[in-house]
Design a binder for this molecule. Structure first.
Ligand code: GLV
Ligand code: MN
Length: 197
């Protein structure tokens, strides 16, 4: 979890030039009702992309009222067959709830063991901080999950994009050695991640 707050709240002042672990607070007397509410997760984003999924974030950068409080949420929408690719959150554990559809959810331990379950709407999962995890919409139909984090900005590193789509690139010879394949296979996979963030 993020550090404990030392005051009731600290509504982020994104315009402040001060750099802290989080954002500077705007003056407490300037806080308004609107600072404590957000409609960021009301709708999901477009799933028309190679993953067939879209993560809508509600971290401190979109909801300044979260600043210093050590909590945030995401909503992830999946088309049938869509995946939330294997990823880690360096700064948070995650607890999630399947609101619609059927998701195959997997978690990898540092012993390289896969823990998995097929979850139906209404069921929940937990991802311990830093462990690789993913979700797959097995169908039928669309799926939606809501997740929360014990960090105002958990961070996310997608394994495929990190390895094959970094800027600048990881040298192909290193990935070829790491994946135990020929360089042309690595080049081929890299070509699939050129425009990915
Ligand atoms: C799901 O695992 C998410 O991080 O949004
Ligand atoms: Mn996650």
């Amino acid at each position: 979890a993020d550090p404990d707050p030392l005051q009731d709240f600290c509504i982020a002042d994104p315009k402040s030039g001060i750099t802290v672990n989080g954002f500077a607070c705007k003056a407490a007397r300037a806080a308004q009702s609107s600072d404590f509410f957000s409609s960021a997760l009301r709708k999901g984003g477009s799933t028309d992309n190679p993953n067939g999924s879209n993560a809508t974030r509600m971290d401190v950068t979109v909801f300044p009222g979260l600043n210093t409080l050590g909590v945030s949420m995401n909503r992830v929408d999946f088309e049938e067959g869509g995946i939330n690719p294997p990823h880690v959150h360096p700064r948070a554990s995650e607890v999630g709830y399947v609101a619609e559809g059927i998701l195959y959810v997997g978690i990898l331990s540092t012993e390289n063991k896969l823990y998995s379950k097929i979850l139906k709407a209404g069921e929940s999962f937990v991802m311990p901080r830093g462990l690789l995890h993913f979700q797959y919409n097995m169908g039928p139909g669309k799926a939606t999950q809501f997740v929360s984090f014990d960090s105002q900005k958990p961070g996310i590193a997608f394994a495929p994009q990190t390895l094959f789509g970094s800027k600048p690139e990881i040298p192909t010879e290193i990935l070829a050695k790491a994946f135990r394949v020929d360089a042309d296979i690595i080049e081929y996979i890299k070509s699939k991640f050129q425009d990915d963030c």
